[in-house]
Each structure stands twice: as C-alpha cells, then as structure tokens.
Design a protein around this ligand. Structure first.
Ligand code: SAM
Length: 248
C-alpha cells in the first residue's frame, strides 16, 4: 500500500491492515519501486500500480461506459452479451467480477446484478469503483444502488444464494494462447500477473450450473475449448465467445 506522503494517512493504514500488506511512504528512503504491485489513492480513485504504472498513473475500476456502449439507463439489451444472458433473464450473478467491466455493462442494461470476487485486492478496487458509481448524478437521479459485492470463492458463495438467479455469468482467467499477446489489455495482463490463471474453473462451472435458475454463460477466448462441454448456444464476440448452458 503506497502512501503518497501527504493528506490523511488513516485510510491508507486501514486498507493496509485489512489486506495485511505493508504500508510504504513514497517519500521514505526505504521505498522500493521494484515491488511488483502497489495500491494507492490517486485522482480520487483507488488504483493498482505496477512498476510501469507507477509513473503512468495506475489502474482503477472504470465506471464510465466502454466505447460503443450506450450511456442511457437502462441501455438497450442488444449485442452478443445480452443475447447470451437471455431475453427473459432479469437476475444475474457475475461470479468472476475482476475489473467489473462486464458487470457494469450488465448493470447498465438494467439487469438485477449480484457480484462475487475472491481476490481481496480486486474486491477493494471494486468497492471503490462501486462507491464512485453510487455518487454519479445519473445514479442518484434515478435512485439506483450500485451492484452488491460478495467477497469470497464463488464455488462456496453460489451455494448460499437463496433465490436461484436466472443467469450465472462466468469469465474465469484462461491460459493465454501465446506467452505475451499484444492484444491483451494492460488491465487484464496485470490481473493475470497478480492472480494467475483460475485453475478451478471446472468446479466453478459445476457450482454455477447447480445454483443457476435457468442458464450459465461462460465468456471464453475464441481459441479455448468450451468449459462445460458442448454449449446449448454460443454467441460470437470480438476474439471471444459466450457459451450458454441451459438448466434442464
Ligand atoms: C478474467 S477476470 C474477470 C474480468 C471481468 N469479467 C471484467 O469484465 O473485468 C477473472 C476474475 O474472476 C475472479 N475469480 C475466478 N474464479 C473465482 C471464484 N471461484 N470465485 C470468485 N472469484 C473468482 C478472479 O479473481 C479474477 O478477478
């Protein structure tokens, strides 16, 4: 955890304590810029920094719509993601929230959304992003609450969800096709460096199929084998696929 050396140190102390990580002061003589990762507040956002990002500014949960997404709420339910979630779907659990980009897309399309994330670091970044989201004018004018976030392993958490959600959405980390793909976004590369591949994808898929009301959607790179065997439906996105498994 990196304290910039000015302002209130207390939130930095509390976050370092919650995550059981050391608190470093950038003005300290002992500050080591070669540590693989830091968290710090910059420009009003909690940011994840690595050596390269230390100068450039860091990565935060981006709460603005991505290019091509509508800014209205609820945005139209169109595109491959909405098709995969299903026309009749109302409630969605995103069991692998990560940087929250798919979750926020799902939220902006007006689905009722519950998020899960097992990395405590990603969960802190998400909580900060969802807090910023709650403060936006359009959220307040429409009296909307940000999605709820459960921190823990979705394999366990999904079994505790009382009302089965219509759809459970999975986007676990698959091994890359090549060691360093020039196409992988910096945010996803950092996530892979921080967390590694998700080795328990099969158990997660089984837990999702057991807990879903109607369907499970798996986002996967287009080169990867379908996670749950032959899907009932598949929707093609750019370099990726949404595989859909119906609940019998
Ligand atoms: C590829 S990223 C997801 C990216 C996300 N869809 C987005 O739009 O930013 C995968 C994330 O899922 C989380 N994850 C993987 N398996 C999980 C599990 N069993 N329970 C909870 N979180 C999990 C990882 O910690 C990681 O943050």
């Amino acid at each position: 955890m990196l304290y910039p050396g000015h302002g209130d140190i207390e939130p930095f102390r509390q976050l370092a304590e919650r995550l059981a990580v050391p608190l470093k002061d950038s003005s300290e003589a002992g500050f080591d810029p070669h540590e693989p990762f830091f968290l710090s507040w910059r420009d009003g956002c909690l940011k994840l920094l690595d050596k390269e990002l230390l100068k450039k500014g860091g990565l935060a949960v981006e709460i603005e719509p991505r290019n091509g997404e509508q800014r209205s709420w609820p945005a139209p339910k169109d595109g491959a993601l909405a098709q995969a979630l299903g026309r009749k779907t109302k409630t969605v659990v995103d069991a692998t929230t990560g940087w929250g980009q798919d979750s926020l897309h799902i939220f902006r399309m007006g689905y009722e959304l519950l998020c899960m994330e097992r990395s405590p670091v990603m969960a802190e970044l998400l909580a900060d992003g969802f807090n910023r989201l709650a403060g936006l004018d359009w959220m307040q004018n429409l009296n909307l609450q940000p999605p709820r976030l459960l921190i823990g392993n979705a394999i366990d958490l999904l079994a505790t969800v009382e009302t089965p959600p219509d759809c459970i959405y999975l986007d676990p980390m698959f091994p890359p096709k090549r060691k360093k793909s020039a196409l992988a976004k910096k945010a996803m590369m950092v996530l892979r460096d921080l967390l590694g591949d998700d080795q328990d994808k099969d158990q997660l898929f089984a837990a999702a199929l057991a807990a879903a009301g109607k369907r499970v959607v798996v986002k996967s790179p287009d080169y990867a084998e379908p996670l749950g065997g032959k899907p009932n439906e598949s929707f093609q996105g750019k370099l990726l696929r949404y595989d859909v498994y119906f609940k019998n």
